[in-house]
Design a protein. Structure first.
Length: 276
């Protein structure tokens, strides 16, 4: 219960930062973006225009109008100023970015059509994954959303796919912004070796997105035999090629006195025979 509450609090905090960025950080227009412009006093200027590679849009009456590097509100202000100088006493202008093609959303990993998406309007995580064809059968249980701010800082939110698609909890269907990166890692098979006084010793297969601990490894090996010692050795080869060994008290871990131990791919768990 406590871990679930802590996860919800942490996720809420991170999503709060993501939503704050969405509310306070206006998008900067760039080439290939699609703008919708409405001018109440001049209907002929109510058009949709895609920004050219040079950063401008072609407008009736005004010709080429530079917009690249401006926010939608800045484009609106400049249009209102230009129109009041040339054509009307007062201009009521609205500018909406309909497609964020300059900063597409990237959907990577185990989706049917990985790549870039030019989002339009208000998109959510589910919208983006659906637009990428949905998850493949090899998709893992986790989805990561990476968001970078203009100041170079970034946040990453980890979401369980079951929470998003099966539980359909709105909390996890977060808003998606231009240039977000959505990564759906594929499941891979990892091997752990459990030998000695367990009922089914040998190589054990796990999915890469499973939480791998000593208790789960021993459970998959059928549990300990009656002759098993309480001391369990965990052997691991590091990235430098050197072997390390750790000895833990299995009975204390099983009783909850000691924390469960994380196991990594290719670890060797050795359960020796007790002589008492």
């Amino acid at each position: 219960m406590k871990s679930t509450l802590a996860l919800a609090v942490a996720a809420g905090s991170l999503m709060g930062r993501l939503l704050l960025a969405q509310d306070t950080g206006e998008y900067v227009v760039g080439p290939k973006d699609l703008l919708e412009i409405r001018v109440l006093e001049l209907p002929e200027l109510s058009v949709e225009r895609r920004v050219s590679d040079s950063g401008s849009i072609a407008l009736p009456l005004l010709g080429e109008f530079a917009v690249s590097g401006l926010t939608a509100s800045e484009v609106r202000s400049r249009l209102e100023q230009t129109l009041t100088q040339k054509y009307v006493n007062r201009a009521n202008v609205s500018v909406v970015v309909k497609e964020f093609a300059n900063k597409p959303v990237s959907v990577l990993g185990a989706v049917q059509k990985p790549g870039s998406l030019s989002i339009s309007g208000r998109w959510t995580l589910m919208n983006a994954i659906t637009a990428a064809g949905g998850l493949t059968p090899m998709a893992g249980h986790k989805i990561y959303v990476l968001r970078r701010a203009d100041n170079g800082l970034s946040d990453t939110l980890e979401i369980q796919s079951e929470d998003l698609f099966q539980s359909a909890t709105p909390l996890w269907n977060i808003p998606i912004q231009p240039s977000d990166i959505i990564n759906v890692p594929a499941r891979t098979t990892i091997t752990v070796f459990c030998i000695g006084e367990v009922k089914s010793p040998g190589a054990l297969q796990f999915n890469s997105d499973e939480r791998l601990t000593l208790l789960s490894v021993v459970a998959k090996a059928g549990g300990l035999t009656d002759r098993a010692s309480k001391s369990v050795r965990i052997k691991r080869r590091g990235s430098d090629g050197k072997d390390t060994e750790r000895v833990v008290d299995y009975k204390r871990i099983l009783a909850g006195t000691d924390p469960d131990v994380e196991i990594q791919a290719n670890d060797v768990v050795v359960v020796k025979e007790s002589f008492f």
